[in-house]
Design a protein around this ligand. Structure first.
Ligand SMILES: Cc1cc2nc3c(=O)[nH]c(=O)nc-3n(C[C@H](O)[C@H](O)[C@H](O)COP(=O)(O)OP(=O)(O)OC[C@H]3O[C@@H](n4cnc5c(N)ncnc54)[C@H](O)[C@@H]3O)c2cc1C
Length: 383
């Protein structure tokens, strides 16, 4: 037990439940991690674990008063080491429902959040468009009020759970009092005018879909937050969940180091174990050092985010950048010291290697986060 990772009993209990769930999913991981749709057996195990309840407020069937950044981070750490599919399914229940938790009407909360907690409903957050990624304010999807309805028109792309989600929280432009703002609206998947397809797949297969909204009409009560103020909910979501990507990255790196250590201590070459050869022990020790540094910082930031997510967003960005870059280096070193056995398609180490790469792009690419951090750093220095 590492003395620097003293977690309070409720978090230790969640960590143990996450470990148990990951162990149950291990035999399914190779299949699930190649799937472009939700693996129903993995969904059933996640549902049975009760862990999705930490993604919604207690008043609606959840675990904590509000979704808790530290809890989500710790659970993701232990799920991601075994299966990216499982980690993504768990993570999106929070990322795709937080706007409902903090910005939905009482009716909408009661309708959806208990189902998110039990995995009966699958959540999604639709921001990215075919031509717009990091520069979200350039999006072109429109939301128009028409009597007691909202009309959504546009296209979203690379949406996690796209095609399998029960609803989409959609960000679009809306004219409010003669000015263009950005609004968020919940569109149930079965709404006429909503269609999905799956034109893309990535190196670490993911449940990814593109969604077209062709004048899709929903009741005005499906609005999340205030008209023209949807970005505030998106930012609140990122502030709460960004640090959890660091948790997933640490779990990915730890699993890769575990595999590299197991392999290099058991395989013999040149009359002894690989772990005694040349730079191999130093590479492993460097991976260990980087993981422990990333984990200590991430836990601290996640705890701070649980208390004040918006006030600690810059630290969450640092944790996300730091831990995902560490994961990239650790999986690469681990594959290298495992030689050809690190390259075998479908092996855990090969899945971890592929899973680590997209983490540096989604939920704020490394350079985008560094850009924001550098502005804050320089402003603090010059003001
Ligand atoms: C597995 C996966 C799941 C996803 N799930 C979702 C989802 O559920 N919902 C959703 O809405 N989207 C989702 N996305 C999309 C994701 O949010 C975008 O990929 C991300 O925002 C980056 O946008 P982009 O890919 O268009 O890259 P671009 O915006 O084209 O940027 C490309 C690169 O340019 C550089 N760059 C861009 N802007 C700057 C800047 N300001 N300063 C410095 N460098 C910069 C960075 O290196 C960046 O990686 C997902 C993507 C992936 C890969």
């Amino acid at each position: 037990m590492n003395p620097f990772h003293d977690l309070a009993p409720p978090y230790l209990e969640l960590r143990d439940r996450a470990r148990a769930l990951a162990a149950k999913c291990a035999p399914l991981a190779q299949r699930a991690d190649e799937s472009d749709s939700v693996d129903e057996e993995v969904r059933g195990l996640l549902s049975g674990s009760g862990l999705a309840a930490i993604q919604v407020p207690r008043a609606y069937g959840g675990h904590f008063e509000q979704p808790d950044s530290l809890a989500v981070t710790i659970v993701r750490e232990h799920l991601a080491g075994e299966s990216g599919h499982l980690d993504s399914l768990f993570a999106m229940q929070g990322i795709g429902s937080y706007a409902i938790s903090v910005g939905g009407s009482e009716e909408i909360r009661r309708q959806w959040l208990p189902k998110i907690a039990t995995m009966e409903a699958i959540a999604a957050l639709a921001l990215t468009e075919p031509d717009v990624g990091s520069d979200l304010k350039a999006l072109s999807t429109t939301i128009t009020a028409d009597g007691d309805e909202l009309v959504v028109t546009g296209s979203k792309s690379f949406i996690t759970n796209g095609g399998d989600a029960s609803y989409y929280c959609v960000l679009g432009k809306e004219e409010v009092d003669g000015r263009t703002g950005y609004s968020l609206v919940l569109v149930p998947a079965g709404t006429p005018g909503v269609s999905t397809n799956r034109p893309h797949q990535i190196m670490a297969p993911h449940v990814l879909g593109d969604i077209a909204f062709d004048g899709a009409r929903v009741p005005a009560g499906n609005r999340l937050g205030l008209p023209g103020k949807g970005f505030a909910l998106v930012l609140a979501t990122l502030a709460t969940f960004r640090v959890s990507v660091a948790g997933a990255a640490i779990g990915t790196a730890q699993a890769a180091l575990d595999d590299a250590l197991a392999h290099t201590t058991s395989r013999e070459q040149f009359g002894g174990p690989l772990v005694r050869l040349g730079p191999v022990p130093q590479l492993l020790a460097m991976s260990w050092t980087e993981i422990e540094m990333a984990r200590a910082f991430t836990y601290q930031v996640a705890q701070a985010a649980a208390a004040d997510a918006a006030g600690n967003l810059h630290f969450s960005s640092m944790a996300k950048v730091g831990a995902t870059e560490v994961a990239g280096r650790v999986v690469d070193r681990s594959v290298q010291v495992m030689g050809r056995f690190g390259l075998v398609r479908g092996s855990r180490i090969e899945r971890l290697y592929r899973a680590a790469r997209p983490m540096r792009v989604y939920e704020g690419a490394t350079e985008v986060l560094l850009d924001a951090l550098s502005k804050q750093l320089i402003k603090g220095h010059t003001s």
